[in-house]
Write a protein that binds this ligand. Structure first.
Ligand code: ADP
Ligand code: ZN
Ligand code: ZN
Length: 744
């Protein structure tokens, strides 16, 4: 047996591994992650190294291979565990071991620190206003522009000041010298002064206390089954997390709390700060690699007890990790889109298992996968069905848009929504309108009966494809089935077949037309450059600078808006008819979350769901705030169709510059799988997938269904080997995604 060993892992380039022979006597003891003593370099100095891969076939001449001297003595460093985790990720999700190592081991990279700097006011508003007027008068245009923008927007990204506003460094320096503006570096951490911290330590309600204590009792008794807290938004899940973290810290342990990036707001972070002060740190995607590395180093050095952050915070090198929390565990962002395409919930379960830590998941709308595990007893379920601060859930009205059409209302606003909007506008209350990002996708539906044209083989909606003058076809992105766009609705014969997909821009235009006196804000990828942009729009809305906020999923999370008393979901169907098997789940989550935004303050809220499918179980359940009923129907669908969690699905993506070759490769691969595994695996495709071609790279997608993960993983490994051996196909790349959450 031979081992690939990395020497000096903290700084080294992870690609630099060295091969050593494992002495027979040590074969049983040495595994991936082991810290070993090795002879290194010309003088054979004894150094320490980590084993990152084992193999029976060495890359170099075996007789030239040096031997591992032995297992290194002493305590096992945290890196050993992370390397073992990387190995597991590599085996489960595919990709190279190096990809996996890069994901779990923070490597110091000598890159220029790129902090996002922000210009903020350094004095009272009145003083800045005065200076603004003064500079205008003196025709100091650059200064006036910056001050004006600052007054308008509260704060400005540095790059925006030097770019769009054409502020030179000299001008910025001058304004700073005058005490008008200041530079803030990382707003999540450094900008946080003690006065910002909400004193906010609450006494847990009896149900919160019960959950926290039960989890602690189970941990103490060695029952490390993961816990799932199903609690509506505002039910006080975060308070339970905080209580659990306190308990863990009291015993000298450390905790990681994963929060989707989009919910990682100033409010959230300051709540953790109020509890744990300097002993908590945050990791987020705007940090440079160097900054992230610094936070990991602090964690390793014992300067921290708690790390919060998105997916990647899972790899914080805490050596006495006792608790991993995952808030909003159903979020898609917990699945990595780069290799290894790991899921943070599954990976957290493995990391927790390795170090004997507890895993606690929380969500208002748990993923079908996680909830199913509470039914089998793999997870333990806890419920928080009421809002902590009292307050009722919003009243939800479902509006059948087919009725609107019959009543000759062709507007995007149903009569009900319009009435309620006018009512709120007259009371000076705020309104949020949701659209689905996937709305652009273009499914075809009958405006008269609501029938959606679906694939006969896959039970997903077909997508409209335009072919210039050749007309339109409808295609299935799963299996490639296609047909011509019918002239009439196959269900009722009406001619009102439409391609659906309302954009936010159009919605904004129509809203302004319908409510000319309302102040409207729109938030989508076009209006917002980067996360700072999002935050600014949300803050403007929180300050009541607008009456109506229109947006996509982006506006579902983050800020709390106490004055929002009405939420309108303009077209709930747009996600219902998404192209994959998770459509109903996503719709249910979106509608629950969107509706949950209404009535967070003192005034009770209302929500309006506009749909062509008022009878669809996901919408009925969402309107009734009834997760159990949704789950029961959804799991029945998954079971019937063998979709996860009732079976496993693997996407095989093949890409190449040559269309024909990529197609031939895909067809060949599919034929081979069919020949060798036809009995066991259900193959869908290959097809061009949802995109066909991206950036001049052609795509072919194959979906493989199987009753369990094991067989798929075995197949993937075999395919990986096969591809490695086939020199003739070097121009086609292949990658795998187990239980994908995205559509290829
Ligand atoms: P979730 O995480 O489930 O959305 P939070 O923990 O954020 O819920 O709680 C929602 C709101 O209720 C917060 O403002 C929080 O401070 C408050 N809250 C939660 N638990 C309590 C409690 N036991 N007593 C008083 N206020 C509470
Ligand atoms: Zn199909
Ligand atoms: Zn019809």
């Amino acid at each position: 047996m031979f081992a690939r060993v990395i020497v000096d892992i903290s700084h080294a380039n992870l690609d630099r591994t060295f091969e050593y022979r494992i002495p027979d006597a040590l074969v049983a003891e040495i595994g991936v992650g082991a810290l070993v003593d090795i002879p290194f370099g010309r003088g054979d100095t004894v150094r320490k190294g980590y084993v990152v891969e084992l193999t029976e076939v060495p890359e170099f001449a075996p007789e030239k291979c040096k031997e591992i001297l032995g297992l290194s003595k002493g305590s096992i460093p945290i890196e050993s565990q992370l390397i073992r985790l990387a190995w597991w990720m590599h085996r489960r999700y595919g990709g190279t071991m190096n990809d996996a190592l890069r994901t779990v081991i923070p490597v110091r990279e000598e890159v220029q620190k790129k902090t996002e700097r922000t210009i903020v006011p350094a004095t009272e508003r009145a003083v800045i206003e005065e200076a603004f007027v003064e500079n205008e008068r003196k025709s100091n245009h650059a200064r006036a522009r910056i001050l004006g923008a600052l007054l308008e927007q509260g704060e400005l990204p540095y790059s925006y000041v030097t770019g769009e506003l054409k502020g030179t460094a000299a001008v910025i320096r001058a304004l700073m010298a005058q005490g008008l503006i200041a530079m803030k570096e990382d707003r999540l951490i450094r900008g946080m002064s003690i006065s910002d911290l909400s004193s906010g330590v609450v006494t847990l309600t009896p149900s919160q206390k019960e959950i926290s204590e039960d989890i602690q009792t189970r941990i103490a008794a060695g029952d490390l089954r993961p816990s799932l807290i199903h609690g509506i938004t505002g039910s006080g899940k975060t308070e339970v997390y905080l209580d659990l973290i306190h308990a863990v810290i009291a015993q000298g342990g450390q905790a990681i709390c994963l929060i989707p990036e989009i919910a990682l707001t100033y409010q959230t972070v300051s709540r953790f700060r109020a509890h744990f002060g300097d002993r908590v740190s945050v990791i987020h995607s705007r940090m440079s690699k160097g900054e992230r590395f610094d936070q990991y180093e602090r964690a390793k050095a014992g300067e921290l007890d708690v790390m919060i952050g998105p997916r990647s915070a899972l790899f914080t090198p805490f050596s006495n990790l006792r608790l991993i929390l995952i808030d909003e565990e159903h979020e898609n962002s917990y699945k990595s889109e780069n290799p290894p395409k790991y899921h943070a919930v599954e990976t957290a379960e493995v990391r927790a298992g390795m170090c004997g830590a507890a895993l606690v998941l929380g969500s208002a709308t748990p993923s079908v996968e996680s909830y199913a595990k509470t039914q089998t007893g793999d997870y333990v379920l806890y419920q928080l069905p009421h809002r902590a601060g009292g307050g009722a859930l919003p009243v939800v009205h479902t509006v059948d848009m087919r009725e609107e059409l019959r009543a000759r209302n062709r507007s995007i606003f149903s009569r009900k929504l319009k009435d309620l909007m006018n009512d709120r506008l007259s009371k000076g209350q705020q309104i949020m309108l949701f659209l689905n990002r996937r709305g652009f996708a273009g499914f075809v539906s009958c405006r008269s009966c609501g029938h959606v044209i679906r694939c006969p083989h896959c039970d997903v909606s077909l997508k409209a494809h335009y072919h210039g003058r050749a007309g339109m076809t409808l295609e299935c992105h799963y299996c490639g089935y296609h047909e011509r766009m019918p002239e009439k609705c196959p269900s009722c014969g009406s001619e009102y077949l439409g391609v659906f997909g309302l954009g936010t821009e159009k919605a904004e235009e129509l809203t302004k037309k319908e409510f000319p006196d309302a102040r409207v804000l729109r938030m989508d990828l076009d209006t917002t450059s980067g996360k700072e942009g999002h935050r600014k729009i949300l803050e403007a809305f929180a300050k009541k600078e607008a009456d109506i906020l229109i947006g996509t999923q982006m506006i579902v999370k983050g800020h709390d808006f106490p004055d929002v008393t009405l939420v309108g979901i303009l077209a709930a169907d747009l996600s219902l008819n998404g192209e994959d098997y998770r459509s109903a789940e996503r719709t249910f989550q979106l509608v629950c979350q969107a509706a949950g935004r209404a009535g967070r303050g003192r005034t009770p809220g209302e929500a309006v769901i506009q749909t062509y499918h008022p009878e669809h179980y996901s919408l009925v359940a969402a309107a009734n705030h009834d997760y159990e009923s949704f789950f029961a129907q959804e799991i029945a669908f998954r079971n019937r169709m063998h979709y996860p969690p009732s079976g496993s699905l693997m996407a095989v993506l093949m890409t190449g510059e040559d269309e024909k070759r990529t197609e031939r490769f895909a067809a060949g691969l599919a034929a081979r799988i069919k020949r060798d595994y036809g009995e066991v695996y259900q193959l869908l495709g290959p097809t061009k997938g949802a995109y066909g071609k991206l950036k001049d790279i052609y795509r072919q997608v194959l979906y493989i269904k199987h009753p369990g993960d094991g067989g798929l993983l075995k197949l993937r490994r075999e395919l990986e080997e096969l591809v490695k051996e086939e020199n003739a196909w070097q121009d086609v790349r292949i990658s795998f995604d187990l239980n994908p959450t995205v559509v290829y």
